[in-house]
Design a protein around this ligand. Structure first.
Ligand code: ADP
Ligand code: MG
Length: 750
């Protein structure tokens, strides 16, 4: 199968706002983008889906189970599968055979290099490439890839954030092969690389990455879930994995605009830009027809993802103009998390090929919806299926109710932690605005489950509200079985039929942190339930029903404040949540300290997911990242305001002033309203820039938390004040002098 692409090369964008005249840059970007759109013509389809068997491309670049089964000796394959499917310890002796088989497969498909892929705390994906070829003494080369090279690597990762775990004297970091996430080939126009997903740990064995705790938390969840299953008579021991299906929202803008906006280029979001005359209020974009150029991009991205074995399923327009969504079918959490990282990379790269930039930032544009990543979460095993599947009569399904109650208790007890794992500078712009879930963590259960838990509260559940049939009143349409609950888009944590959906996650985030938190808090609650049930049944199966009833009653009585089925955007909810004693941690600086509370430290230590030191290192790293993000934005704001906006404003002011003077000379009057307004705004702009400069300088290097709080309380408001002047000026200054592509252009030129 050919991997060369027949997508036409987009004309090269004209580069960032250059010294060649600011007033020109916005215009030339605009002209180039319009020409890219108007001259766009469909190329031959990049891939002939009609004449290719799904099996020939789906997973074609993955060293997956079927490839392994074909190529590995049976004993080796079986040993490996025990680790993959039952979480058993990996036998190091299998590695040599696997490595050489993997290398042969990769080289047959054109690979020249291999790379250990790891996921540092930056949230990005890191890779270190090594060639398969080694020179020999006789001047020829030998292709080599040993078990040791497969299992372990030692990247020089000293500049990855570690929050103090690795002092320079113990700077070693190791990457360790993760057998549960299959190796794959990443094709690039200039060569193919065999990629091996790995965990990244320090010389002392401490986690330096996002993957290690995911694996540990899955193990903890399995151990606890087995205890409940055993109580219900399921003893087969099939690994209970958490499953995840992340829905990714993103924006696409023409690359010409992207390069003409230093803020998009450097900060991933626009720091200025007034609301376009027409925004998203017509809702005409949501689920609308997908523009042709965008569809071409999507098809190619999906094809690439298919080859990597990533089961993308859904695509559609999102609420804001220029906003889209892609969602895969759920997978085991660790794999879903690796695939999510690959998906973000693939979307970015493919957008470039199509002359666009894919923006993953949570709030690239003020005033229109931001982007989230809904992480659908459940748990299940190959023999038991999905353990959060309520069945037709959930009130009867004691096992389901126990797992469901465990989730409710976990979210109630660890609201702060769930808020902390979605706390980033970018996501702060989204949470709490009337488009994303509020910063208050609550659970939406829907009518059916709420009713069941209400019944349990008052003595025992006897019935389930029937979901019934939906009839539309048109004979040609078939009657449909109705879902038992409606949707509620305002809830941060919603039960959606057979899984929970954590909606507060940011579009730019790695899903690992949220998964680690969910796996661990739910493991803790399942542990709690199992212990209670084991104690009260004492091995007597007949005592189980009564024990379940009292456990559920106790949990629901204690934790029901977390359940809220109403409108999460409303003022009343904020007041009500405060009355219920729920946390409302509005910003990253408010939320991150939840990582450092005694309960959270104890939780992660108890289940051996993160040690106190590992947790502290994360706390510190995330605070640092928050500060760095705000710092970059603040200095960009100052730079752009001074060198782009101010010059444009005074040019226009000068034009107005000279028009006024000239007209006076020839005896006309000139209404100076506009000149007055622009002059006042120019003054305000200068003042607000100085105030921001002061706020930035004011930072008195305190604790990392004090620094973050200063960014939040002083720097961000000062940035907003500058923005307000600039956005106001945008509505006055002559369009041909305005130095930046506008929202109107970026959002609507596709
Ligand atoms: P919606 O937009 O209605 O929320 P989507 O179809 O866009 O729905 O996404 C739903 C996501 O939930 C998909 O990724 C789907 O695979 C995932 N999902 C379904 N069942 C489970 C499950 N048991 N565990 C985890 N994720 C699941
Ligand atoms: Mg969803």
């Amino acid at each position: 199968m050919s991997s060369t692409l027949s997508t036409p090369k987009p004309s090269r964008p004209s580069g960032p706002a250059s010294a060649a005249g600011h007033s020109k840059s916005a215009r030339s970007a605009r002209e180039a983008a319009i020409s890219a759109v108007t001259n766009y013509s469909t190329s031959a389809p990049t891939f002939d889906f009609a004449n290719t068997e799904a099996g020939d491309y789906y997973s074609a670049n993955v060293f997956n189970q079927s490839v392994m089964k074909d190529r590995l000796p049976k004993s080796i394959f079986n040993a490996l599968m025990k680790t993959i499917e039952y979480g058993e310890k990996l036998d190091p002796n299998v590695a040599d055979v696997v490595a050489s088989t993997m290398k042969d497969w990769a080289m047959e498909k054109g690979a020249t290099h291999y790379a250990h892929i790891f996921y540092p705390l930056t949230g990005a994906t890191a890779e270190k490439h090594d060639s398969f070829l080694s020179p020999t003494s006789d001047g020829s080369t030998l292709s080599e890839f040993s078990g040791k090279q497969l299992i372990q690597g030692e990247p020089d990762g000293s500049s990855f954030p570690t929050g103090g775990i690795r002092v320079t004297s113990q700077a070693r970091g190791y990457t360790i092969w993760d057998v549960t996430s299959p190796a794959y080939l990443l094709e690039n126009p200039n060569g193919t690389t065999l990629c091996i997903p790995t965990a990244f740990v320090s010389w002392t064995g401490e986690a330096l990455d996002k993957k290690t705790p995911v694996l540990r938390s899955m193990q903890a969840l399995n151990t606890q879930a087995q205890r409940i299953l055993k109580l219900f008579g399921h003893n087969d021991g099939a690994f209970v994995a958490s499953t995840a299906g992340p829905e990714q929202e993103y924006f696409l803008v023409d690359r010409h605009f992207y390069f003409a906006r230093p803020d998009l280029l450097n900060a991933g979001r626009t720091l200025f830009g007034c609301k376009p005359p027409k925004g998203q209020e017509f809702d005409d974009h949501y689920f609308g027809a997908i523009p042709e150029r965008v569809l071409a991009f999507m098809l190619e991205a999906e094809r690439e993802l298919f080859k990597l074995g990533i089961p993308v399923k859904t695509r559609h327009n999102e609420v804001a103009p220029g906003q889209f969504e892609i969602a895969p079918v759920f997978e085991s959490a660790n794999l879903a998390s690796d695939h999510q990282q690959l998906m973000m990379l693939t979307l970015r790269r493919t957008a470039e090929k199509h002359g666009m930039a894919c923006l993953m930032h949570e709030k690239p544009f003020a005033g229109v919806n931001g982007s989230g990543k809904h992480v659908n979460w459940s748990l299940g095993s190959s023999s038991q299926g999905n353990l959060l599947n309520p069945g037709d009569t959930p009130h009867d399904n004691a096992q389901f109710l126990v797992f469901c109650a465990a989730v409710i208790r976990a979210v109630y007890k660890y609201q702060g932690l769930l808020r902390a794992v979605v706390a980033t500078a970018g996501n702060d712009h989204r949470l709490g605005a009337n488009e994303a879930p509020p910063a208050i963590i609550s659970i939406f259960l829907g009518d059916q489950l709420t009713d069941i838990f209400e019944q349990i509260k008052s003595g025992g559940a006897k019935s389930s509200i029937d979901s019934g049939t939906l009839t539309v009143g048109v004979d040609v349409l078939p009657p449909l079985p109705k879902d038992a609950g409606d949707r509620n888009r305002t809830s941060p944590f919603a039960f959606t039929g057979n899984r929970f959906e954590f909606r507060a996650v940011g579009s730019n985030q790695s899903i690992s942190g949220p998964l680690v938190a969910m796996n661990t808090i739910i493991a803790d609650s399942i542990d709690y339930c199992a212990t209670k049930l084991e104690e009260s049944t004492q091995g007597d199966p007949d005592a189980l029903n009564g024990a379940v009833q009292s456990l559920l009653t106790e949990i629901i009585n204690e934790c029901s404040p977390i359940i809220f089925n109403g409108d999460g955007y409303s003022e009343e909810w904020h007041a009500e949540a405060a009355k219920r004693g729920l946390l409302n941690l509005k910003t990253t600086a408010d939320a991150l300290p939840s990582l450092d509370t005694p309960e959270v430290v104890e939780l992660f230590e108890k289940y051996q997911v993160l040690s106190k030191r590992e947790l502290e290192s994360r706390f510190e790293t995330y605070l640092e990242q928050y500060c760095m993000t705000v710092d970059v934005e603040a200095s960009l704001t100052i730079r752009m305001a001074k060198t782009l906006i101010f010059p444009a404003a005074i040019r226009y002011q000068n034009e107005l002033a000279s028009t006024c003077a000239n007209l006076k000379l020839v005896g006309y009057d000139f209404d100076t309203d506009t000149l007055d307004a622009v002059t006042a705004l120019v003054k305000k702009l200068q003042d607000s820039i100085s105030a921001l400069e002061h706020a930035v300088d004011d930072d008195m290097a305190g604790s990392p938390l004090a620094e973050a709080t200063h960014r939040c309380d002083a720097v961000l408001p000062a940035m907003s004040a500058v923005r307000e002047c600039v956005d106001n000026l945008e509505t006055f200054v002559a369009d041909d002098l305005w130095p930046l592509p506008t929202y109107q252009e970026m959002l609507f030129i596709k």
